[in-house]
Design a protein around this ligand. Structure first.
Ligand code: MN
Length: 724
C-alpha cells in the first residue's frame, strides 16, 4: 500500500496520508538538499510499511500521526535526523521493528533518537501519580541527552492533543492536565512558543470546554466590530513606515482563547477589557530597524508611559527578544505593538529547534551536542546581561542532572536520589520498613542484587521478607543519609537486644549455679540491686552483662549475698559452672574469633570483650592462652548439639606449584559440599606454593573429611588448619 502512494503526487488522489506527505515534501524541499529530502521520504516508506494495517482512533492510517509530527518539526526547520526520527518515533513501540534495524537502515543517530523517544513514551504511561510534575519534567530532561528527543516528543504530544477527538471527557481532561503540567513548561523552557501556545489552547479547551466555548463565541461576536478599526490602524502604520523606506511586515494579532482567559483571571478584568486591545506585530531584517520602527510608531500614536519594554537589549530569561510598546490609538483604543527581526521571531516561535537549521549538515552526534551547548551558552550570556535568575538554565543543562537520578516505584511515584544511589538507598527512601527488610529487587522484571546502582527511568520493585534484617555490609554501598542513619540505628538497637538476651542467659547460668531462679527474685531486691549498681533498669543491667562490661558471676553473687536460702546451697558443686551453650549465630554479641576460626566440634572458650560481648576462640588458640590467665574474663562455652549452618575455617596448604592445582583443589572442596570463601597465596617459589584457603564447613567432622580427601591429591604436600 505504502509503495503505491508515495511516488504518486497527482492532485486527484488525496487520502489524508497523501495530503500530509505532499505537505511534508514541500516544506523540506524548502530547506534541505535533495539527498536529505530523499532520505526523509525513504523513512516515510519504511514507517508506512511498518505501521501498515494500524489505524488511529479517527480511522486514518496510523502513519498520518508520525507524518503530522514530522510536519510540525519541518516547519521549525528541524534537521534531517530529527524529522526522520519523528516519522519513525512510534515504530519501535508499536511494531516489531527494532532499534538495530533502524540503525542499519538509517543511522545510529536516528536510532538513538527513536529509542530515546520510545523511552519517554513509556514514561508517559508510568507517571500517573500527581503532584510530581516538576520531577517528571526533570526526568525527561535528564533522560534526553539529546535535546532533539524533547523536541520530537513535544511535537508528538501536540498532535496527540490535536486529535483527542471523541475521547471520553475525563480521559481528555487527564491528558490535558498532564500536558499542561509537564509539556507546556518544557516548551516554555526551550522557548518553543509556537508549540507552547498551541498546547495551552488545546489544554484549555479540554479542561474547561464550557469556558472555552463562551470565550470563542464572544470573540466571534466582537471580531465583526473590530475589523474596521484593525484595518484603519494597520494602514496608518504601513503608510507611516513606507515613508521611511524601511523593509518590514505588519500583521494584526489576535490573542488566543487560552491567553484571553489567563489574562481575565490574572488581572481580574472582563472579556471586553482584554479583547478590546488591538495588537500588531512588525517584523524587519535588522536590529537597528526595530528601534527606528519604534520611533515611527511612537510618533504616529502616543505611547502609554511605563508600558515600553526593550526585550532586545534585555532579553527574557528564555532568550525571548522583541520590543513591546502600547499606544493610544484612534477613539482612545489601546494598541499593543511588538517589533522584532525575522530571526528573533523564528527564535521566539521555534526556540531551540531553530538551532538545528542549516548548520547540522554534518550529522555527528558531537556536532549536535556542541550546538545545543552553544545555544545554552548564548542563553547564559543573555541571562548575565539580563540579570535574571539562573533558574531557567538550572533546568536545562545538557548534561542535565549529573547529580541526580529519578526512578519509579511500581505505583508510578517518582523518587529522586543522588547519583550513585543503590537499591538499598531507594528502599529506605520509600519507607524505613521497606529498607530494613529488603532482600533483593526487580527492575524491568529482572532480579538484581541490592548493591546495583540506579539509572534514570528505572521502575524498581523492592522485594522484602519479614525475616530480613539490615546488613552491616550495606553501609559500604549506600550513599543517602537516610539509609545510613536507619541502618546504624537498627544495628545499634539490634546489638542492644542481642546483648540483653545474652546478659539474661549469662546471669541465669550463674544464678542457677547458686540455685536461684531469676523469676523468683523479689522486685524489692531488684530495685536494691539496680541502686547499688547505679543502673536505671534491669534491661540496662542485662545489656551491660551481655556486652561484657559487668561480670555475671559478680552480679549473681550480689543478688545471693543477702539470700540466706541460696547461700546455703552455694557449695552444691553439681550445679556449678554449667557451660553457656552457643550456636555461633546469636548475632552481634557472640562472635567467632577471626584468628582461630572455631567450628562446631572444636573445644572452645569464650572471652568477654568489654563493650562487644563474647568472642569464641578455639581452646588451642594462642591469642586465647594469654587472656585465659585473667581468670575473671573468660567463660565456659559449649557448642549446641544440633547445629546447622556454615562456619569459616582456614587451611594452610603447601602444594606443588603447577598449573591447575588450585582448580583441582577447588573442585575437590566443592564436590564435598563446602564453599571456598577466599584464597591467599602466602608464599611461592618455582616448586612450592603456600596458600591460605578460607572455606565454609558444617563442623569438625565435615572438615576432617575434606582434609582427608585433599591429602590424597598428589599435588598436596602438607595441610594444616591454622589456629592463629
Ligand atoms: Mn506518537
Amino acid at each position: 500500500m505504502a509503495e503505491a502512494v508515495v511516488t504518486d503526487f497527482s492532485p486527484e488522489v488525496s487520502s489524508p496520508e497523501q495530503t500530509l506527505l505532499r505537505q511534508l515534501h514541500s516544506i523540506i524541499d524548502g530547506y534541505l538538499n535533495k539527498e536529505q529530502v530523499d532520505s526523509i521520504i525513504r523513512a516515510y516508506h519504511f514507517g508506512a510499511k511498518a505501521h501498515h494495517g494500524q489505524f488511529r482512533k479517527s480511522g486514518e492510517a496510523y502513519i498520518c500521526h508520525p507524518l503530522s509530527v514530522a510536519i510540525t518539526l519541518a516547519e521549525m526547520h528541524m534537521d534531517t535526523q530529527g524529522v526522520t526520527a519523528a516519522i519513525l518515533h512510534d515504530v519501535v513501540e508499536d511494531t516489531p521493528i527494532t532499534k538495530e534495524q533502524i540503525a542499519e537502515e538509517f543511522n545510529q543517530d536516528v536510532a538513538d533518537l527513536v529509542d530515546a523517544v520510545t523511552k519517554l513514551t513509556q514514561l508517559d504511561n508510568k507517571s500517573r501519580a500527581e503532584a510530581q510534575a516538576e520531577n517528571v519534567r526533570k526526568m525527561l530532561l535528564a533522560m534526553a541527552k539529546d535535546l532533539r528527543v524533547i523536541i520530537v516528543k513535544l511535537a508528538d504530544r501536540l498532535h496527540n492533543m490535536q486529535t483527542l477527538g471523541a475521547m471520553p471527557l475525563e480521559k481528555k481532561r487527564r491528558i490535558a492536565k498532564e500536558t499542561q503540567e509537564i509539556y507546556v513548561p518544557l516548551a516554555n523552557r526551550l522557548s518553543m512558543n509556537s508549540i507552547r501556545h498551541q498546547l495551552e489552547s488545546l489544554c484549555f479547551e479540554s479542561i474547561y470546554p464550557n469556558r472555552h466555548k463562551a470565550i470563542q463565541q464572544a470573540v466571534k461576536k466582537a471580531r465583526g466590530n473590530r475589523n474596521e478599526i484593525v484595518n484603519m490602524i494597520e494602514s496608518a502604520i504601513k503608510n507611516r513606515l513606507n515613508q521611511t523606506g524601511l523593509i518590514f511586515d505588519v500583521s494584526g494579532r489576535e490573542k488566543n482563547i487560552a491567553s484571553i482567559y489567563k489574562k481575565m483571571q490574572r488581572q481580574k478584568i472582563s472579556f471586553s477589557n482584554v479583547f478590546d486591545v488591538y495588537a500588531f506585530r512588525i517584523y524587519c531584517d535588522h536590529v537597528d530597524d526595530c528601534y527606528r520602527i519604534l520611533g515611527c510608531v511612537h510618533n504616529l500614536y502616543k505611547p502609554i508611559p511605563g508600558k515600553f519594554k526593550d526585550y532586545i537589549a534585555l532579553p527574557k530569561a528564555n532568550g525571548y527578544q522583541s520590543l513591546h510598546t502600547i499606544l493610544i490609538g484612534p477613539y482612545g483604543v489601546p494598541i499593543e505593538i511588538q517589533i522584532r527581526t525575522h530571526e528573533m521571531h523564528r527564535m521566539a516561535e521555534s526556540g531551540i529547534a531553530a538551532h538545528w537549521l542549516y548548520k547540522s549538515s554534518d550529522s555527528s552526534g558531537d556536532h549536535v551536542r556542541a550546538q545545543a551547548t552553544e545555544w545554552l551558552r548564548d542563553l547564559l550570556e543573555i541571562q548575565k546581561t539580563a540579570g535574571n535568575s539562573l533558574e531557567f538554565i538550572d533546568n536545562l543543562k545538557v548534561d542535565l542532572y549529573p547529580q541526580e537520578v529519578f526512578v519509579f516505584t511500581p505505583q508510578g511515584n517518582i523518587i529522586k536520589l543522588p547519583r550513585g544511589a543503590t537499591i538499598v538507598d531507594f528502599a529506605y527512601a520509600v519507607h524505613t520498613d521497606i529498607g530494613s527488610t529488603c532482600v533483593s529487587a526487580r527492575i524491568d522484571n529482572k532480579l538484581i542484587p541490592l548493591q546495583t546502582q540506579l539509572e534514570n527511568g528505572m521502575t524498581v520493585e523492592v522485594i522484602t521478607a519479614s525475616w530480613a534484617r539490615p546488613n552491616p555490609l550495606w553501609l559500604n554501598h549506600i550513599i543517602t543519609a537516610k539509609a545510613r542513619s536507619s541502618i546504624r540505628n537498627y544495628l545499634k538497637n539490634f546489638q542492644q537486644q542481642d546483648a540483653i538476651s545474652l546478659g539474661r542467659r549469662l546471669l541465669n547460668k550463674e544464678l542457677q549455679s547458686l540455685n536461684i531462679k531469676f523469676d523468683d527474685i523479689e522486685d524489692a531486691r531488684i530495685i536494691e540491686l539496680l541502686d547499688v549498681m547505679q543502673m536505671h533498669s534491669i534491661d540496662e543491667l542485662l545489656e551491660e552483662i551481655g556486652l561484657g562490661n559487668k561480670m555475671p558471676i559478680l552480679v549473681a553473687k550480689h543478688i545471693s549475698q543477702e539470700d540466706i536460702h541460696a547461700a546455703i546451697k552455694l557449695d552444691d558443686s553439681n550445679t556449678k559452672h554449667a557451660p553457656l551453650i552457643i550456636r555461633g549465630t546469636e548475632g552481634m554479641v557472640i562472635t567467632l574469633a577471626k584468628c582461630c576460626h572455631p567450628i562446631p566440634g572444636d573445644h572452645i572458650v569464650g572471652f568477654f570483650n568489654p563493650g562487644k560481648g563474647i568472642v569464641i576462640h578455639h581452646h588451642e588458640c594462642r591469642n586465647s592462652k594469654e587472656v585465659r590467665k585473667q581468670h575473671s574474663s573468660w567463660i565456659d562455652v559449649e557448642w549446641c548439639p544440633e547445629l546447622s549452618g556454615d562456619f569459616s575455617v582456614e587451611l594452610k596448604i603447601e602444594l606443588l606449584n603447577q598449573r591447575g592445582t588450585l582448580a583441582t583443589i577447588a573442585s575437590t572442596i566443592s564436590s564435598l559440599d563446602a564453599n571456598i570463601e577466599s584464597v591467599t597465596i602466602a608464599n611461592q617459589d618455582d616448586k612450592v606454593s603456600v596458600d591460605l584457603i578460607t572455606l565454609a564447613v558444617k563442623d569438625r567432622l565435615h572438615l576432617a573429611h575434606i582434609i582427608r580427601k585433599l591429602k590424597k591429591l598428589f599435588i598436596i604436600l602438607k595441610i594444616t588448619r591454622t589456629k592463629a
